[in-house]
Design a protein around this ligand. Structure first.
Ligand SMILES: [Fe+2]
Ligand SMILES: [Fe+2]
Length: 272
């Protein structure tokens, strides 16, 4: 059994200190095997915000896998944004484009879905390049063949679905899901829309679970209190997610989702 704490959208620069302190205590007391953080560490990509984010990460006792979000490239320093968009992320947080973390028999592949700019589109939408999708697919295929459970973590949702806001999905998301399903990926972990949800993705014939984390930094967003997810992976056939939400001064139990695999599909566990 592997326990992964899923945090997202901390947005240092406008985060709530009491919620962050409670988050650190809650995560450390759960003693997860891995903390996966799906982007938007900062609000404007400033040096100060990254320094605060880095200090927060240092206060967590578990290993960390972190991917950037659309807020993690400088907003005001335009030369840096265009010439070295991920320099601050890589200095303060970690590798920006690709990360791989192993926790027991689970492997999490972290991908950068954020872009410094996109022609014709709102820059916040993000995109995965075909090249990085193929790199991730080949890693997933290898790890899956070795008996590992494989998750992919990225900032932007791959598909619209229940509780997803608007059309804020990642470019090439449909293609990525198709390749990930072919290569044995069990779940995608995402953030960006500041709402939590979990469920099988119909677009992949329910072979892949979507695990969506809300904003963890303290600001109440879209009607949902700050929160994080505690994911329990039981081999390749069982995944559950306990959402915890900040209430006054501590994190309290929220919704719980559990899924079990039947053939190649994920089914919702109705015994909850
Ligand atoms: Fe965000
Ligand atoms: Fe975002």
């Amino acid at each position: 059994m592997v326990k992964i704490a899923h945090i997202s959208d901390l947005h240092f620069g406008r985060a709530n200190e009491a919620a962050l302190n409670a988050l650190m205590l809650a995560i450390n007391s759960e003693r997860p095997d891995l903390v996966a953080i799906t982007g938007d560490f900062t609000q404007t990509g400033s040096k100060r915000e990254f320094e605060e984010a880095s200090q927060f990460l240092a206060s967590l006792s578990a290993p960390i896998l972190a991917v950037p979000g659309n807020h993690d490239t400088p907003v005001y320093n335009l030369p840096l944004r265009f010439l070295k968009p991920w320099a601050r992320f890589e200095k303060h947080i970690g590798a920006a484009q690709l990360q791989i973390a192993t926790a027991g028999d689970t492997v999490v592949i972290g991908l950068n879905s954020a872009r410094r700019a996109r022609m014709r589109f709102n820059w916040s939408y993000g995109k995965l390049s075909r090249k990085i999708i193929e790199v991730a697919a080949s890693i997933a295929e290898r790890e899956s063949a070795n008996g590992k459970t494989v998750f992919v973590a990225a900032h932007h949702p791959f598909e619209k679905g229940p509780n997803r806001a608007g059309a804020e999905i990642v470019g090439n998301g449909g293609y990525a899901l198709q390749r990930f399903a072919e290569c044995g990926v069990s779940a995608v972990m995402t953030g960006h829309v500041h709402l939590s949800s979990a469920g099988p993705l119909a677009v992949t014939q329910n072979q892949i679970l979507s695990i969506q984390c809300g904003a963890s930094g303290g600001a109440r967003e879209r009607g949902e209190a700050a929160g994080f997810g505690l994911i329990t992976v039981e081999g390749r056939d069982g995944v559950s997610i306990d959402y915890r939400h900040f209430d006054l001064n501590a994190y309290k139990q929220g919704r719980r989702f559990a899924f079990s695999r039947s053939g190649s599909e994920w089914e919702t566990d109705n015994n909850l």
